[in-house]
Design a protein around this ligand. Structure first.
Ligand SMILES: Nc1ncnc2c1ncn2[C@@H]1O[C@H](COP(=O)(O)OP(=O)(O)O)[C@@H](O)[C@H]1O
Ligand SMILES: [Mg+2]
Length: 217
């Protein structure tokens, strides 16, 4: 199929057929400490084991490279969402299930990302309370923000716009990480079904059954 650049390109649907599942972008948004990274990386491991083509774009990792030139004011936060949106689009076009874990505090930026992605796009609100995130404080950032050592910290000195109509919410309150990961994996799988899954998935859809084991059966 000819791409807009004139060359012959593999289409997304060809890759989806080969992979045995749809490609899609799942955009995890929520406060720092809500559980985006925990849920996305846990789900990546499980889905990969089940034979899905999956990757994670994590805000913290992007900040070390592609977004290293950006700060935390509103314009730079929007730019970080814009770039992540276009990266997600590129990966989704290679047939991947893309799990984006990014605070993405502004509705406008999330809407921009949805429009940048031509594959299915799901906004996933990783829900908690600010109090719980502060109590967790996995990276000690809330303590620093309260001490005035970090300026423009989401939830403390910079706004977080709670999604008005997310496609789904993963509430990480009163649940273990493993429960939240399972809940999210179930949601992802329900959205990427092609109808008929490859043999190694359909024969082994129980959690934890490895692709290699399945193929060797
Ligand atoms: N149900 C849950 N789901 C995800 N994380 C949880 C859950 N319960 C407790 N946590 C803890 O909350 C913290 C979330 O941190 P992290 O995933 O880095 O958040 P974020 O990426 O949203 O900033 C981790 O320390 C994790 O162990
Ligand atoms: Mg994170």
């Amino acid at each position: 199929m000819a791409s807009e650049f004139g060359a012959m390109a593999l289409s997304r649907s060809e890759r989806e057929r080969a992979n045995g599942h749809r490609s899609a972008v799942f955009w995890l948004t929520g406060l720092s400490g809500a559980g985006k990274t925990t849920v996305a990386s846990g789900a990546e491991q499980l889905l990969y084991t089940m034979g899905y083509q999956v990757c994670v774009l994590d805000g913290d990792h992007l900040r070390k490279g592609l977004n290293a030139d950006l700060g935390f004011d509103d314009a730079d936060r929007h730019e970080s969402m814009r770039r992540a949106g276009h990266m997600a689009e590129a990966f989704a076009n290679t047939g991947m299930i893309v799990l984006v874990a990014l605070i993405s505090p502004f509705d406008r930026g999330r809407q921009y990302a949805r429009q940048a992605v031509s594959a299915d796009f799901y906004e996933v609100y990783v829900a908690t309370t600010l109090d719980l995130c502060e109590a967790r404080d996995p990276k000690g950032l809330y303590r620093k923000a309260r001490a005035g050592e970090i300026h423009g910290f989401t939830g403390i000195s910079s706004p977080y716009e709670v999604p008005v109509a997310p496609d789904t919410s993963i509430d990480t309150r009163g649940r273990t990480p493993s429960q939240s990961i399972d809940e999210f994996v179930q949601y992802v799988r329900s959205k990427v079904e092609l109808g008929r899954l490859p043999r190694y998935i359909s024969a082994n859809n129980a959690r934890g059954v490895g692709r290699r084991d399945a193929i060797e059966q």
